[in-house]
Design a protein around this ligand. Structure first.
Ligand code: GLA
Length: 392
């Protein structure tokens, strides 16, 4: 399947542009196992890259412009290098490219003109970081075309800036850093203070199962920004720059003195507890204790529901069904919340029956386009071998 996509991308490029691409790059989506709404508090996350990605075929041109098309979306974007850029409603998918070009040019990178063809199989808008995959893949395409180095952490930071400043979503670094720097076969303990990553093994005999509730994330930006503001209020109330450095005791004292409202206190309590759970989860993985990891995943979801307030009926239903099925060690929402996907840790031998029952039971109650993906941990962004089409 992988090879078939690459072959189609090459063939599509030849059809659209009348010549072969010079090279291709890819960047994966991600699933966060635990550590939710901690990244913008300079806390800890535990994501892994999934085996779905965005791929871009590239051929440099001499003209000072970038032309882009997508296999999945209409329209052609023509972006002149060195000129101020603005979002364009005719090709909204290319705004991620425009943002990346702007950020790289602001960072002093000398870009060269090229033709690009994009393809992606990360489901859109379901919390698996399709936009981060597109941004990180774009960074690789543009930097490789220009013969520039491609440092993983800097690429993640640039991609985040493109999302923050150009697209206007105030996300943290989780998605872009996972897409850029993940290691194959590993989960990554991410310290969002310094963007350092420690690979940790996945549970032997367990599989990661993603379930898309089919509920698209409505109102996510305003609710997300409100949660961020409440976290910032909590940090300010206890006199630290980020909640990473706050304790539960300090937060309670601030609330008791009237320096923090009850709602914000609950949000902040989740963040502090979630940082602890994430470090504990990484320790469980190192110790090979899948059952304990599963319990932490359950606790994380319950806290995101009760104190952080970012789950929804569909996410609660999907995790509830998952937990009731044989072989499920833990289940939680993943990503920003308000819809999108859950992630479950499932004993390998139980996976076929688990996925079938999960979908069947969810579909009894919800008339939404739900889907299940069993995924391994993929490598972070890099090059795609255009020669290796799997024929030989
Ligand atoms: C979204 C954001 C991330 C992170 C998660 C919540 O995926 O893009 O930066 O904040 O939500 O953990």
């Amino acid at each position: 399947m992988r090879h078939e996509r690459t072959r189609q991308l090459s063939a599509g490029f030849a059809e659209v542009y009348g010549r072969q691409p010079a090279f291709a790059v890819r960047a994966p989506g991600r699933v966060n196992l635990i550590g939710e709404h901690t990244d913008y508090n300079e806390g800890f996350c535990l994501p892994m890259a999934i085996d779905r990605d965005v791929q871009i075929a590239v051929a440099p041109v001499t003209a000072g412009r970038i032309r882009a098309r997508s296999c999945e979306a209409d329209g052609e974007a023509l972006i002149r290098l060195g000129e101020p850029l603005a979002p364009d409603a005719a090709t909204p998918w290319a705004d991620y490219l425009r943002g990346c070009i702007q950020v790289l040019q602001q960072a002093g990178e000398e870009l060269v003109g090229c033709d690009l063809l994009l393809t992606g199989d990360v489901p859109l808008g379901s919390g698996l970081s399709s936009s981060a995959a597109l941004e990180v893949a774009t960074m690789h395409a543009l930097l490789r075309a220009a013969g520039r180095p491609r440092p993983g952490t800097a690429i993640a930071r640039w991609a985040q800036r493109a999302e923050n400043d150009f697209v206007g979503t105030h996300c943290g670094i989780l998605d872009q850093l996972a897409s850029s720097c993940a290691e194959a076969g590993r989960a990554m303990l991410m310290d969002c203070r310094d963007c350092s990553l420690q690979p940790v093994p996945l549970p032997a005999g367990g599989r990661i199962v993603i379930a898309d509730t089919g509920k698209r994330r409505g109102l996510v930006d305003s609710a997300y920004n409100q949660r961020r503001a409440q976290c910032e209020a909590g940090a300010a109330a206890v006199g630290v720059a980020y909640l990473r450095d706050a304790t539960l005791h300090q937060l309670q004292a601030a609330a008791a003195d009237g320096r923090l409202d009850a709602d914000s206190l609950a949000r902040c309590q989740h963040v502090v507890a979630e940082n602890g759970r994430t470090l504990a989860a990484a320790a469980c993985l190192r110790a090979g204790d899948a059952a304990a990891l599963g319990q932490l995943m359950d606790q994380s979801h319950d806290d995101l529901r009760q104190r952080f307030g970012v789950t929804c009926a569909e996410l609660d239903a999907m995790t509830g069904i998952a937990r009731s099925l044989p072989g499920c060690l833990g289940s939680r929402m993943t990503g920003a919340g308000f819809g999108g996907c859950t992630v479950s840790l499932v004993v390998e031998s139980a996976v076929p029956a688990f996925t079938e029952s999960l979908l069947a039971r969810y579909n009894q109650d919800w008339d939404l386009p739900a889907a299940v993906y069993v995924t391994g941990a993929a490598a972070g962004a890099g090059d795609v071998d255009l020669e290796d089409t799997g024929d030989g």
